[in-house]
Design a protein around this ligand. Structure first.
Ligand SMILES: Nc1ncnc2c1ncn2[C@@H]1O[C@H](COP(=O)(O)OP(=O)(O)O)[C@@H](O)[C@H]1O
Ligand code: SF4
Ligand SMILES: [Mg+2]
Length: 395
């Protein structure tokens, strides 16, 4: 048995590198895509960890490695105190039952030839849950009710539903096996903004009712803001900042987080009018060939002549920031109550001692063009375009 105070999920030094193969007759490995490159995080029971970052920074790969759908190159995933790599056979099957995934595109993850009844009963039968046919029928009605769909939905097929309703079916399927951990990978990115909020509140409601623990992945800081207890910001395979959600939104410390945050519209029109948008130079560099030192140095408005280009910053707590009730054991301890940032100059940036360069100045030193933060969608790029002459490419 593990102590209830132990995080449900602990990820330690996780790396996932994909080989790049070339060759006509014999495949040769010519390099590696460092999709996840050394991530530590912990998620307490019944809480939500929001993982954000631009498209391609490694979020989905991290989620897949937790579920053991891809093999880590290095590091460990501890679920309820057990190293998932050590499991085989029945214990592995049981562990997989306790971790479920909700996908971005429910149409792609739901078999179009099965009606809802069959989609929801399949996992129950496969795991021998729900009792006999009558028990399963009861259970399915309960699931539909839990996700706010009428029982008339049972006889219908995925294409007959709206995007939001389909995501409800995906969620019903994910909770049908009574998991402890739900990994929701961009669960609302494919939905209209008006529907996004409904699905997010359904997730919140289910968490409360069922005591679920969530890892919610999104490329949009606005999406995870209200649902997350802790937010981790990822850039090119690594976390650059992690903090309790309120602390992160009140005082983002990493230049990349600040840039992401500056792209989120504020409801208050007066504050919105004064919102300073931080534009970034260039595209996300390739994870096959990441920049040296601080990986963000090619785009960072605060980059300094010393340290930034050649010294890798570690995630650390800043001087003058309180650690809360948790006493850190070592600098790499990713306990959720700590505000951690991976920037050499975070104190000077926080205190206003260092001033940012404009995106045009950064772009000129790197020989690239300016583009909007997180321009793969989700961020309000139109507002960001104001005052920028260069065309901004959408990835
Ligand atoms: N199976 C794979 N083989 C090779 N490269 C991959 C594979 N899966 C993802 N990648 C690469 O790893 C990087 C991270 O991808 P991903 O985890 O999907 O990012 P995100 O979910 O943040 O958009 C990308 O450069 C992507 O092209
Ligand atoms: S270490 Fe340097 S380049 Fe990296 S985020 Fe901090 S100031 Fe920017
Ligand atoms: Mg993804």
């Amino acid at each position: 048995m593990t102590a209830a105070s132990e995080p449900l999920l602990r990820v330690e030094g996780l790396q996932v590198h994909f080989p790049i193969k070339r060759g006509v007759f014999v495949d040769r490995t010519v390099g590696h895509v460092r999709a996840v490159d050394g991530v530590d995080l912990a998620i307490d029971r019944g809480t939500t960890y929001g993982l954000v970052g631009e498209s391609g920074c490694g979020k989905s790969t991290l989620g897949r490695a937790v579920l053991r759908l891809v093999e880590p190159t290095a590091g460990r995933v501890l679920f309820d105190g057990t190293d998932v790599a050590s499991l085989r056979g029945e214990p592995l099957r049981h562990m997989r039952q306790r971790m479920q995934m909700v996908f971005q595109d429910p149409l792609g993850s739901l078999d179009p030839r099965q009606n809802v009844e069959s989609l929801l009963s399949e996992p129950l039968r496969a795991h021998g849950l729900g009792g006999g046919t009558a028990g399963i029928a009861d259970k399915i009605r309960g699931l539909l009710d839990a996700v706010g769909l009428p029982s008339a939905a049972l006889r219908r097929y995925p294409h007959e539903f709206s995007g939001g309703q389909r995501q409800r079916i995906g969620i019903a399927r994910a909770i049908s096996l009574e998991p402890d951990l739900l990994i929701a990978d961009e669960p609302v990115s494919a939905l209209d903004v008006s529907v996004q909020a409904q699905v997010v509140s359904l997730l919140e409601e289910l968490q409360e009712r069922l005591g679920l623990t969530y890892l919610v992945i999104a490329h949009d800081l606005a999406v995870v803001r209200h649902i997350s207890d802790v937010v981790g910001v990822m850039y090119l395979g690594s976390l650059v900042e992690q903090a309790p959600a309120e602390a992160l939104y009140d005082e983002p410390l990493h230049p990349y987080t600040r840039a992401l945050m500056s792209a989120v519209p504020v409801p208050d029109p007066v504050v919105e009018e004064r919102r300073e948008r931080i534009l970034l130079a260039g595209d996300l560099p390739s994870p096959a060939n990441p920049p040296s030192g601080c990986r963000f140095h090619t785009r960072c408005p605060w980059r300094q002549e010393t340290r930034c280009d050649d010294e890798v910053p570690v995630l650390r707590e800043l001087a003058g920031h309180t650690a809360g009730p948790h006493q850190p054991r070592h600098s790499a301890d990713p306990h959720p109550s700590r505000h951690l940032v991976g920037c050499h100059w975070a104190e000077e940036i926080r205190d206003g001692v260092l001033q940012p360069k404009s995106a045009e100045e950064v772009a000129a030193t790197q020989g690239v063009s300016v583009r909007a933060t997180g321009a793969d969608g989700g961020f309000e790029t139109d507002a960001l375009l104001q005052g920028v002459d260069e065309p901004i490419e959408r990835r």
